[in-house]
Design a protein around this ligand. Structure first.
Ligand code: WTA
Length: 659
């Protein structure tokens, strides 16, 4: 166990003594009465079946998907490689679109989209299918084929979902890059994926301003030898450079394209997407998911966790650039034929009541957001939600980080009117879909706990030696059986996949999170124990930020740690050692902040950069993160960004202890 991990487990163990959360909220009776899983006994029975006979259970569930050829074998598990539903052929886009257009849902709203400036566009399932077919034909007309990688770097516009579904339809592997990333991050991801095409837009509307996207792609693609085509959606209509031969306007491409396209039958294990996520090294991992297993995971969790109905208007506030946007804006809800609300902009545009206004306007019944957003709403004040009629809501969800019980209680009371159950859903980019959560009609909630595993998920809290931790004993969270929507590999680096996830406890998937299990068997996730920091629900590898800082000419060395933050959950503090001739200054501090924004994206800027004489290390050369965390939390810098800290003295004292 690494130094950081060991410390985190120690602190995970000590969290247990301070977390005295005793409140329990059983499912509301009327909710349970009509829920798909309406009692704890019903959940227990289904869960038991899913664990005792996963092949039988999932084979049966998978019949709810539309197959062009039925699977022959439910699971082949050669740890750490799983293959689900082999022999089966299907098309994910067909499952999300065509099949609904053959029913009364053809004219049902699939996506209701609201732009930040206020316009509303509605796509019925039939209209969405037409747009996806057009775009699929357009991609094919450019020579994009099954297996090719396509980057998607867009804002929250319906065309982002259309692009994803069109890729899935033709078997091209999409890799969505969050619109907040800078050119360098786009470049690195496109190069790692060897993308042939990038889909973007001129700019996006955010907080009343235009965020440019195409110029970033121009800069990135200069250094992406594999990218042959760039497709640009016109959203803001700001002037952009178009490179003849390489760049194409979305509108012109689809105008020429037919609205008919037959969805080809793809193998169950056909790669569906790559999504880059932060890990413990400077290089982000391309988490790869495949078609059938991923779809089944997204579909089943949407059905059971959100208990989604045809009458629901469902809103997930995540960005399409993160896995939550993939699974719970696009693939899960559309595969079940739901109505999805999608919003382009910021929650406080034009004022902090925007979300509540939208819930009232569209009669949203299921609302899914992140703890960091909830804490921000708390800060803005109850007057905003209180002004609006939120009585359409029947279910609330939370995702992205542990939710603190105070925020949970506020969410329940102020947004949920004390009547809506809350599903605190624990999962990861790697798990593809929700792996732990209360089922809203069956499992009593405890504020701050993601409660119990979803069907087929076998989580365990382990000690370092692999034995199972006792009740309320903090340990490492693993999942010791394969599940359909698990990642299949790390793109282009299967060795890293094995090392990262399956080496610590052979054959078991290691989540990277610390957790404990209480006397009722409820799981309490305590957060990452590796060098990954969760800022506002965004996963950031400290190593990535360190290497961004070190890439600046003035910097000799950098160490980045996460510290608790009341608003963003965790925040980044960077300790920077300068090269000999450089002097700390406020101007340099600002430059380094800007440098991180350019290298990774604005959202990755540390809360503080502190200059230090040296980055303290153990004798074996490991950065003493715990010490730095203490230093970062221990005393204020009082706005002085120029002091050179001498951590050397404490470092010497601690060096031995940290070894
Ligand atoms: C954290 C987001 C506690 C966790 C879907 C995990 C959570 C990481 C929860 C994955 C939750 C997510 N309770 N922690 N309900 N949901 N996390 O890949 O540390 O962006 O490992 O996927 O977020 O982040 P990712």
């Amino acid at each position: 166990m690494s130094e950081t991990q060991a410390k985190a487990v120690t602190s995970a163990t000590s969290i247990e003594s301070v977390s005295q959360e005793q409140r329990v909220f059983p499912p509301p009776e009327d909710f349970a009465k009509s829920a798909r899983v309406g009692s704890r006994a019903a959940y227990d029975a289904l869960y038991k079946r899913s664990i005792d006979d996963p092949a039988g259970f999932f084979a049966e569930q998978a019949r709810e998907l539309r197959w062009q050829a039925p699977p022959q074998q439910t699971l082949e598990w050669r740890a750490p490689h799983a293959r689900w539903f082999q022999g089966g052929k299907l098309n994910l886009s067909d499952n999300c679109l065509d099949r609904h257009t053959e029913t009364w849902r053809a004219n049902k709203a699939a996506i209701i989209w609201e732009g930040e400036p206020g316009e509303v566009r509605v796509f019925t399932y039939r209209e969405l299918l037409r747009e996806v077919c057009r775009f699929a034909n357009a991609l094919q007309s450019l020579g994009i084929r099954s297996g090719d990688r396509v980057g998607i770097y867009m804002g929250m516009v319906p065309e982002a979902a259309i692009a994803m579904l069109a890729c899935a339809r033709i078997g091209a592997i999409h890799s969505v890059v969050f619109g907040g990333f800078a050119a360098e991050a786009v470049r690195d991801r496109m190069n790692d994926a060897q993308a042939k095409c990038v889909i973007t837009q001129d700019g996006a509307f955010r907080r009343g301003a235009v965020v440019p996207l195409k110029p970033h792609v121009d800069k990135a693609v200069e250094q992406c030898p594999t990218v042959e085509h760039v497709i640009v959606l016109e959203r803001t209509h700001d002037p952009i450079d178009m490179k003849p031969g390489r760049d194409h306007r979305w509108s012109e491409l689809v105008e020429k394209a037919s609205a008919k396209h037959t969805a080809p039958a793809l193998d169950a294990e056909h790669p569906l997407f790559i999504l880059y996520t932060s890990g413990t090294t400077g290089k982000p991992k391309g988490v790869m998911h495949t078609t059938a297993g991923y779809l089944l995971g997204a579909y089943l969790t949407t059905k059971y966790v959100f208990d989604m109905r045809d009458e629901d208007v469902y809103w997930c506030t995540a960005d399409i650039g993160w896995v939550t946007g993939h699974s719970y804006i696009v693939y899960g809800p559309l595969s079940i034929g739901a109505t999805v609300l999608m919003y382009e902009g910021a929650p406080n545009q034009p004022d902090p009541a925007r979300f509540w206004q939208m819930i009232e306007r569209h009669r949203v019944s299921i609302f899914y957001t992140a703890p960091t957003a909830i804490r921000t709403f708390v800060k803005w004040g109850d007057q905003y939600p209180n002004k609006h009629d939120l009585s359409s809501l029947r279910l609330l969800g939370s995702v992205g980080e542990p939710i603190n019980p105070e925020a949970w209680m506020w969410y329940r009371k102020v947004i949920g009117g004390d009547r809506c159950p809350i599903v605190d859903t624990y999962w990861q980019t790697e798990t593809g879909s929700i792996v732990m959560t209360p089922l809203p009609g069956a499992i009593a909630s405890k504020p701050g706990s993601c409660s119990l595993p979803f069907f087929g998920i076998s989580p365990k809290v382990l000690r370092e030696d692999g034995s199972e931790a006792g009740v309320n004993e903090g340990g490492l969270l693993v999942i010791d059986k394969p599940w359909p929507s698990m990642l299949r590999t790390v793109w282009g680096d299967d060795e890293r996949f094995k090392q990262q996830y399956f080496a610590r406890f052979p054959g078991k998937y290691f989540t990277g999170d610390g957790a404990r299990r209480d006397a009722d068997g409820y799981f309490w996730v305590m957060g990452r124990i590796d060098d990954v920091v969760n800022v506002s629900g965004h996963r950031l590898g400290t190593a990535e930020i360190e290497s961004a800082l070190v890439s600046h000419a003035a910097v000799a060395e950098a160490a980045v740690v996460g510290v608790p933050d009341a608003m963003t959950g965790q925040a980044l503090v960077a300790f920077v050692t300068l090269k000999g001739h450089e002097k700390p200054s406020a101007a340099l501090n600002a430059k380094l902040m800007e440098h991180v924004a350019e290298e990774i994206g604005k959202f990755a800027r540390p809360k503080e950069i502190r200059f230090a004489e040296a980055v303290p290390k153990t004798r074996s050369g490991k950065i003493m993160r715990r010490l730095l965390r203490d230093v970062a939390q221990g005393h204020e810098t009082k706005g002085d960004m120029t002091t050179l800290e001498d951590i050397g003295v404490i470092a010497k004292l601690r060096a031995h202890e940290e070894e």
